[in-house]
Design a protein around this ligand. Sequence first.
Ligand code: COI
Length: 359
Amino acid sequence: MEYTFPVTRTTSPKEKPDVNALGFGKYYTDHMFIMDYDEGQGWHDGRIVPYGPLSIDPAAATLHYAQMSFEGMKAYLNPQGGINLFRPDMNAKRMQNSNDRLCIPRIDEELFVEAVKALVKEDADWTPNAPGTSLYIRPFIISPEPSMAVHPANHYWFIIILSPVAAYYEGNDKELHGSRIWVEENYIRAAVGGTGFAKCGGNYSCGMIASEEAKKQGCEEVLWLDAKEHRYVEEVGTSNAFFKIGDTVYTSSLTGSILPGVTRDSTLQLLRKWGVKTEEKRLEIEEVLAAADNGTLTEAWATGTACVISPIGLLKYKGTEHAINGEKVGELSQKLYDTLYGMQTGTREPEMEGWVITL
Ligand code: COI
């Protein structure tokens, strides 16, 4: 199906930020995509309009009961001056699963991808060109419908905004470093049966208290343990977690409380292609810490769209610090970062067919 979206261009384009001082999520481009959903009519009137504030009723359902879903993707400037997207179909599929869990109407996957492409093309000149940077894409769905009763809304907005960004973990765009990670033993991120596998705001707001504690403890992020026994490692902050113990790379299986990350899947596929042994299983924190201390845990890293591959240098648990590989960046972490970011920016041949789409 062919999709076209009318464009209303801004009459006051913004000044572009310095690509060497972007940070993460501080700047937004000139335009946004917006589309309505109405019960009985479905998704309709997708359009590109100037970026700006939304007018929303104070009783809007999303503001009170957090009925929303979102995605995170990136666009990259390639050496030919074109724009690359990375596996956008995966984000479109994941949003279907998030929407099902949150009782939000599904968006046709092709429509989702075409809307992303149309907006990225419109604001392509905002894609930064400094090493480690990209144009972060944030598709999200909220309901502006005024309703204090707790039930799924009948009216929604699907919106896409764009933000030129540097690394999520400060400094990683220049050179990867091993982050200090706080292992959270009291608070939990998600329980099986909850919304852990979906991408929705509530999964992140409930984690902020632990991130704040992590910072007080001199750490950059949190390693979440499972909700029931506080025994198995689940995710690192806003990303999936990987541990290389002996000759095997472990990551948590998709238990229902884990986000099925696109970078997680890409990492597993690349490692398998390279002949590295991988296992998706529930890994005990005690096993991880013992392996860090006896030197068999040689590398650990976080994977995510925002954080790409972010090495983990140290785990802090119950007041004790456990360094991994002397806090140095491991070979495999660096290789994964170079391969993924190289593929995404078109500076390396794509190792996997169909992963990179050039607009
Ligand atoms: C992403 O990796 O795209 C995410 O959604 C993480 C975000 C919460 C910063």
